[in-house]
Design a protein around this ligand. Structure first.
Ligand code: NAP
Length: 539
């Protein structure tokens, strides 16, 4: 029998998650003088970068941009070494922030929240952990992240497999060796691509099980010169302001030029130039690639041509070419040597569209054409994105309504920040906000600041509870759906639309209007004196 739960003294704020959102929430609410307690299932800070230690893990946004902007000390004292930092450096940065700002002491690590329930009478959130403790707080912040619940493939037999089995999103801390081994990897999204190019040359043989090919472009990563870093540090305020006012919340090339506004010769020259530059340059070539299907197809064909240029075996090259969905509708990947890896005689592409996986056996993977024996199997099969974390435990709002029930037909929220029926509960980078389409750190900082301002408003107005009205939530969802209907992002089967999880309601639960517009919507709510929200007084 479990020992009875112990209840701790009432707090102002409970925060769930020690990724970027949770860390900034801890900092911000502590600076406001609030009493806080934060929980994290992992053993330390870092969120996705704590868990994702897989070989080759690397950020696909510029490091200087993929960093906190709220602390001038952190900005000036931390120095990035590469344009696109690898996971160990990212984790060092995150730990540096936690130490420098003394955040760690507010977290209880290795602790999973198992239930969060609203107590209407006392107007508090009651949060239970897997340690059997119960905490109570006025506010509950779910900084649980859009990519924190890894997903195994729906293939029978996984439990039978007797070889080494690794999940990209739960990579072990011990050293993994590949020499002389027959290794299989399932999944060719951002994660799979990074792993393949890293371990391909190290394995005895590598079998890449590819169902949907991804578009990937050259990263052309660079070491950052000290003079450049010094320039960046001098100019951080301006850089951050530019990032906040951009559609992606970050420093990315953008264009105002529509594809068909320039001649075919000029288009190719621009694309070639972007390809040579690498990084995010391809995203900034034309303004209409996510709304004009014909323009999109021209760019997709340009990238397919590059695969032919690199991959020597024409059959393999053809199979690696993504077809049937718009480029950039799935998250575009950045690679260094992904396509070259397939020129190694020891690397084999298994096309699961032509030769589907039937089952995992004790010894390996059986496709329709036969069994492939493996010493090691790696799963890079993605996440239950956007909603998975909040559906993984009971979050119970007013009148016993659970988030699970509320989202049975798709995630509904107000600004991606609040949910009608769940007073004093907030999400950072929640569904129906711009998460996944913009810089996650910029969104996290914005969200925490918006929540903090609302808490201060409630304090001034002596209000006990706040939640969005159903009308406000409906209006926000209508806008989200309306904008989603205009973009090609909804036209691919991805985790963005829930297509990768069996029986998950389908639909793009992301605000596609751009981060700058999202900020405007959130600011307008404040300017309107929070009229879209319903406040409750103290008893
Ligand atoms: P993902 O993009 O969802 O890719 C999962 C892969 O697994 C897909 O290729 C999928 O094929 C395949 N798969 C799933 N079930 C399968 C099955 N039964 N049989 C064969 N293949 C199967 O997941 P991810 O690569 O982990 O990336 C998720 C997101 O994380 C990215 O979009 C990105 O936002 C983020 N990320 C970023 C970075 C970075 O910053 N560099 C790195 C890694 C991840 P189908 O497509 O056919 O389902």
């Amino acid at each position: 029998m479990n020992s009875p739960a112990t209840t701790k003294p009432r707090l102002d704020v409970i925060i769930v998650g020690a990724g970027f959102g949770g860390m900034y929430a801890v900092y911000k609410f502590r600076e406001m003088g609030l009493s806080i307690q934060a929980f994290e299932a992992g053993g330390n800070v870092g969120g996705v970068w704590y868990w994702n230690r897989y070989p080759g893990a690397r950020v696909d946004l510029p490091s200087i941009d993929y960093s906190f902007s709220f602390s001038k000390e952190v900005e000036q004292e931390w120095t990035w070494s590469e344009q696109f930092a690898a996971q160990p450096e990212l984790l060092r940065y995150i730990n540096f922030v936690a130490d420098r700002l003394d955040l760690r002491k507010h977290f209880q690590f290795n602790t999973r929240v198992t239930r969060a329930e609203w107590d209407e009478k006392q107007a508090i959130w009651r949060v239970t952990t897997d340690k059997g403790e119960v905490y109570e707080a006025t506010y509950c912040i779910m900084a649980t992240g859009p990519l924190s619940i890894p997903k195994d493939p729906e293939i029978p037999g996984l439990e039978r497999y007797k070889g080494e089995l690794y999940r990209a999103a739960k990579w072990p801390e011990k050293e993994v060796t590949y020499a002389g081994k027959r290794v299989g990897i399932i999944g060719t999204g951002s994660t799979g691509i990074q792993i393949v190019q890293e371990i391909g040359p190290k394995c005895g043989e590598l079998f890449v099980f590819q169902r949907t090919p991804s578009f990937t472009m050259p990263m052309r990563n660079q070491t950052l010169e000290p003079e450049y870093v010094a320039e960046v540090k001098r100019n951080y305020p301006g850089l951050r302001e530019a990032a906040r006012n951009s559609a992606v919340g970050g420093l990315r090339p953008q264009s105002t030029r529509a594809f068909f506004s320039v001649t075919p010769k000029q288009r190719i020259a621009l694309l070639e130039d972007a390809w040579k530059q690498g990084g995010l340059a391809m995203l900034g070539t034309f303004s209409d690639l996510l709304v004009n299907a014909e323009a999109n197809e021209h760019v997709a064909e340009f990238v397919r041509g590059k695969i032919t240029d690199v991959v020597r075996n024409p059959v393999t090259a053809e199979k690696l070419k993504p077809k049937g969905y718009p480029i950039f509708a799935r998250r575009p990947c950045l690679d260094n040597t992904y396509y070259d890896t397939f020129n190694l005689p020891s690397v084999h592409l298994v096309d699961c569209l032509e030769d589907p996986i039937i089952e995992i056996t004790q010894k390996g993977v059986r496709t329709e054409s036969g069994e492939i024996e493996l010493d090691m199997l790696i799963l890079a099969t993605g996440y239950d994105g956007l909603t998975g974390a909040l559906l993984a435990f009971d979050v119970v709002g007013r009148d016993g309504l659970t988030v699970n029930k509320k989202w049975a037909e798709g995630a509904r929220s107000y600004l991606g920040l609040m949910i009608a029926g769940f007073p004093n509960l907030f999400m950072t980078t929640g569904p129906n906000g711009p998460a996944a389409l913009a810089n996650i750190i910029a969104i996290s900082e914005h969200d925490v600041n918006w929540i903090a301002a609302l808490m201060e408003h409630m304090d001034r107005q002596k209000k006990a509870t706040v939640e969005p009205s159903v009308e406000a939530e409906d209006a926000w969802m209508n806008l989200v759906y309306q904008l989603a209907g205009r973009t090609l992002v909804s036209k691919a089967k991805t985790w963005y639309v829930g297509a990768n999880v069996k029986d998950k309601p389908q639909g793009l639960t992301l605000f596609t209007g751009g981060f700058h517009k999202y900020r405007e919507h959130c600011a307008a709510v404040v300017q309107d004196n929070y009229r879209a929200l319903t406040f409750g007084a103290f008893e």
